[in-house]
Design a binder for this molecule. Structure first.
Ligand SMILES: *Cc1c(COP(=O)(O)O)cnc(C)c1O
Length: 390
């Protein structure tokens, strides 16, 4: 059975072009980019090409790009760098809907004695800008707010947030792991100081990421050791994956507009059909301001996990809550922060698409999902007319 993969916010397929670009550096060109000899030097040049490609996708200068081991490391590094370089500032601001890479790092800092403000969102997942403004004070070292939410796709007003923080002279980091390659980003006219991205969310391999650090931003490395990345991130480079990330960024840049409109059309078709065919279904998040590839739908009075198991039997991959929190029975912290009702949180499913999905796949999902929901509702102990109602 072939797989219909609609879980691209969890991870993506490595693009064939990316794999091809990487292969020589796993096979023959194994030199250390730090070596003096020509054999290593050719690897160094290829890494610099990758750096330029990553930079180009977000409008940065190549020397503003630091390669890391993943999105999580980029996020941790950014927040840690801010608190290291402003040691007298003991306050960090973030939101209640961040990825665990930021949220749990903030909690870690809170246990170390930092003051942390977790900003609320409204029922559509939108940030409360007044709460942000009120949270800031002379002790605030950094504000870390995601560019786009991984569970709902909701896009945050990064330009407005950054504008406010510039006025107040406070560092701004944005976790743009879900946004890079899906929506146009240009740091030249975006007031952010640091921005995280991750390879495996845009068709590069897992285990490579990057952190954009605006020129002039005070920076402290998180991984300390050798002089790689001009002292900003020690450790011998993950050469092949960095090269893959560069290629993936080049591909994303070439096709961004075309792909986002293609993927958006498929997503809209899927969403509209499911809302129409499944009673008591609703979309979570601000549909007017979302990533083009994501829809988070609550099928009330059914368990998301049960839906996923049934879909899995049909080869359909989706996710309930976020992949990072599933495996525990914790309901999604994002949907809770939005005040989504209990029965709707438990019946939530995220479908996240990519350039590799086809119309035929989406039509097949539109056939299967409503049948699965109907079947589960008939079995459900709190079916439509049972306990869950009201
Ligand atoms: C996936 C993801 C991360 C973590 O990236 P990794 O490369 O898996 O560590 C961070 N933030 C967001 C929004 C993500 O979706």
């Amino acid at each position: 059975m072939s797989v219909i993969y609609l879980d691209n916010n969890a991870t993506t397929a490595v693009a064939p072009e990316v794999l091809e670009e990487m292969a020589p550096y796993l096979r023959d060109l194994y030199g250390n980019p730090s070596s003096m000899h020509t054999f290593g030097g050719q690897v160094r040049r290829k890494i610099e090409e990758a750096r330029a490609r990553v930079a180009a996708l977000i409008g940065a200068d190549p020397d503003e790009i630091v390669f890391t081991s993943c999105g999580t490391e980029s996020d941790n590094t950014a927040v840690m760098s801010a608190v290291e370089t402003y040691p007298h500032r003991r306050h960090v601001v973030t939101t209640r809907v961040e990825h665990p890479a930021v949220l749990n790092f903030a909690r870690h800092l809170a246990r170390k004695g930092f003051r942390v403000t977790y900003l609320p969102v409204d029922s559509l997942g939108r940030l409360d800008m007044d709460a942000l403004s009120e949270a800031l004070d002379d002790e605030t070292a950094v504000v870390s707010i995601m560019y786009a939410n991984n569970e709902t796709g909701v896009i945050f007003p990064v330009r407005r947030i950054g504008g406010l923080l510039r006025e107040r002279g406070i560092l701004f980091h944005t976790d743009a792991v879900q946004a890079v390659g899906k929506v146009p980003i240009n740091v030249k006219d975006l007031p952010v100081d640091m921005l995280s991205l991750s390879g495996h969310k845009l068709h590069a391999p897992k285990g490579v990421g990057a952190l954009y650090v605006r020129k002039g931003t005070r920076f402290h490395p998180y991984i300390i050791g050798g002089h790689q990345e001009r002292g900003r991130r020690a450790g011998t480079e993950n050469v092949a994956s960095i090269i893959g990330l560069g290629k993936a960024c080049e591909l994303a840049m070439q096709a961004l507009e075309r792909e986002s409109s293609y993927v958006g059309t498929l997503r809209d078709r899927l969403e509209q059909a499911l809302l129409q065919l499944c009673p008591d279904a609703m979309v979570n998040g601000d549909t007017g301001n979302r990533l083009p590839n994501t829809t988070n739908i609550s099928f009330q009075y059914v368990e998301g996990e049960a839906i996923l198991l049934r879909l899995d039997e049909h080869g359909i991959c989706a996710s309930s809550g976020s992949a990072c929190t599933s495996g525990s029975l914790q309901p999604s912290h994002v949907l809770r922060a939005m005040g989504v009702p209990f029965t709707a949180i438990h019946g939530s499913v995220r479908f996240s698409l990519s350039r590799y999905n086809t119309e035929a796949e989406i039509e097949r999902v539109i056939e299967i999902v409503p049948a699965v929901i109907k079947e589960l509702r008939e079995l459900s102990p709190y079916g439509r007319n049972g306990l869950g109602q009201g």
